[in-house]
Design a protein around this ligand. Structure first.
Ligand code: SAM
Length: 273
């Protein structure tokens, strides 16, 4: 009989955020496929789990998958975990799950923590509909284009961000989305957990005022309202003013002021730098 591949969620910070079932299965399976044996080893050690680990990552996932499938076909049971949270959610594992399904292997979820849902649950923003956009592109031009494409979405927007890019990302969010309620959830379930709420520029200023910006971030943006969708983007508003004869720099100043945006961010947006 073929085995089973369990897709197991692990904590996103606090080691207690793992289910009883996950701990039991991690003890019972023949192997645990993980991204980083040192990282997962820490979790296993905490729970006295001695199951052997097999490492997989973006670069060896396809090759490693073949080896795991033949073991699963031979009747073994295995667990797929990632460094934190739910595998496949902005984490590797997709090829393994897809391939296992194509090979007729049973794949079972063992649900648990994921930063998206943890952030959403404490955000205070509507949760009836949300759009998870993963990580925004690292380059400003591409990031602005993605934000533009999401601007009219009538669902709470959720994305992941790194400490190196959070300030730039918040500037672009402010410039593209205008004044909206933003929630930045940092270091959820960890010692320095904090949830900041307010306009993007305000949160940016709080973070920028610190000696260093550290931690892991979930950024949530309140959904577009009908007024947003009926209204103009900052670029459109500037274009209209320029068409009406207002010098471009004055138009940028006016729109930035009207919308409570940073003048330089609006300038960057329209000049495409
Ligand atoms: N698979 C994970 C999940 O289910 O949440 C996400 C993995 S992704 C590589 C890592 C990103 O998730 C971080 O850069 C951050 O944006 C977010 N993240 C993970 N843990 C977090 C935490 N404790 N607090 C806030 N954000 C977190």
């Amino acid at each position: 009989m073929p085995g089973i591949l369990y897709v197991v969620s692990t904590p996103i910070g606090n080691l207690e955020d793992i289910t009883y079932r996950a701990v039991r299965l991690l003890k019972e399976v023949d192997w645990i496929a993980c991204e980083d044996t040192r990282n997962t080893g820490h979790l296993l050690h905490h729970y006295g789990i001695r199951t052997k680990m097999v490492s997989y990552h973006e670069h060896n996932e396809a090759e490693r998958a073949q080896e795991l499938f033949s073991r699963l076909r031979g009747g073994e049971k295995g667990a797929l975990v990632s460094d934190a949270g739910t595998p496949l959610i902005s984490d590797p594992g997709f090829r393994i799950v897809r391939g296992a399904l194509e090979a007729g292997i049973k794949v079972e979820p063992v649900p648990g923590a994921s930063a998206i849902l943890a952030g959403l649950a404490v955000s205070g923003l509507p949760t009836d509909q949300f759009h998870f956009a993963g990580f925004l592109p690292p380059k400003q031009g591409a990031r602005t284009r993605v934000l533009e494409s999401l601007r009219g979405e009538e669902a709470t927007l959720v994305f992941y961000e790194t400490p190196h890019r959070i300030l730039e990302a918040l500037s672009d969010v402010g410039a593209v989305m205008g004044v909206r309620e933003i929630v930045v959830a940092r270091e959820l379930t960890k010692l320095h957990e904090e949830v900041l709420r307010g306009p993007a520029e305000e949160i940016r200023a709080i973070l920028a005022g610190r000696d260093s910006v550290r931690g892991e971030f979930v950024v949530l943006i309140s959904k577009a309202t009908e007024a947003d969708n009926g209204g103009l983007t900052p670029e459109e508003a500037i274009f209209r003013l320029v068409q009406a004869g207002v010098p471009k720099m004055d138009a940028i100043k006016t729109v930035a002021k009207e919308r409570g945006l940073n003048k330089r961010d609006v300038y960057r947006l329209v000049s495409g730098d």
